[in-house]
Ligand binder design. Structure first.
Ligand code: CTP
Ligand code: MG
Length: 258
């Protein structure tokens, strides 16, 4: 077949485009200090199923994702492997489990180190965002495959944000330094999508502490693109977030006719 008669990448389904294979790395090695005492956050149950399993299913729900790398609590890799074996997951998706590190950044890097060479697009998705809809995952993959080196899903903010001079003692009043224009701010979620080579380079180059992967790519001087996020992609961080997550699951069950 000549090159002219081949469909262009944009016309082909996401999982068959030449040399664009997508893997998802799921950092799940955190303790969940803000959620309170108990098992590591990713292993907490939501609707009777560990949060991590929801997150893995959310990534595997995308036809574009053919490998999921779970970064487990450092001493919990064996437990996470047997959890993945015990829960029904799509046939078309492969799974790998690696032990995580001290920081989220280190955990993501350990996940990237485990990626086979055949993957050129990488999603990084918090285990703590178990309910992200598949349309959000697909939109991120699509934007990376369309040429963006880094893509983040994000939402406009409901609250006005103030920059303050942090108090030395938590809870003490803090002076306001500035009020950024809310309409120009976005609250960023995951999965964040990357050209694999770009994300690996960012992890090799940037050593500052960061709270998301895309900011490392920004530090390389590249433009990160934002696509619409979703309310249900919220991060389970504090106890009230568990209540919200259970409510979202209950609503889904009702809508699915169970
Ligand atoms: N994470 C990780 N390795 C770490 C720390 C965090 O893989 N050393 C993961 C968490 O498991 C989570 C994601 O990064 O899926 C987002 O982090 P966060 O919501 O802050 O989770 P925790 O760090 O576990 O929570 P906390 O900060 O309240 O302790
Ligand atoms: Mg944390």
């Amino acid at each position: 077949m000549s090159d002219e008669s081949r469909p262009s990448p944009a016309e082909m389904p996401p999982d068959t485009r030449a040399s664009t294979r997508t893997a998802a790395v799921i950092p799940a090695a955190g303790r969940g200090v803000r959620l309170g005492p108990g098992v590591p956050k990713a292993l907490r149950a939501l609707g009777g199923t560990p949060m991590l399993i929801h997150a893995v299913r959310a990534m595997a729900a995308s036809r574009g994702v053919s490998l999921v790398v779970v970064v487990a609590p450092p001493d919990g890799a064996a437990e996470v492997k047997s959890l993945l074996d015990a829960h029904a997951l799509p046939e078309r998706t492969d799974f790998l489990v690696v032990p995580g590190g001290e920081s989220r950044q280190e955990s993501v890097r350990l996940g990237l180190d485990a990626l086979p060479a055949t993957y050129d697009t990488v999603l990084v998705h918090d285990a703590a965002r178990p309910l992200v809809p598949v349309d959000t995952v697909d939109a991120v993959i699509e934007a990376v495959r369309d040429g963006a080196p880094a893509v983040v899903p994000a939402l406009p903010l409901a609250d006005t944000v103030k920059q303050v001079e942090p108090a030395a003692v938590p809870g003490e009043p803090e002076p306001v330094v500035a009020t950024p224009e809310r309409a120009r701010l976005r609250a960023v979620q995951t999965p964040q999508g990357f050209d694999r080579e770009t994300l690996v380079r960012a992890h090799e180059t940037v050593t500052d502490n960061v709270t998301d992967d895309a900011s490392m790519v920004e530090q390389l001087g590249l433009t990160v693109m934002v696509v619409p996020g979703h309310e249900e992609a919220f991060k389970v961080t504090r106890p009230l977030d568990l209540v919200l997550a259970e409510a979202v699951l209950a609503r889904r069950r009702l809508n699915d006719g169970f």
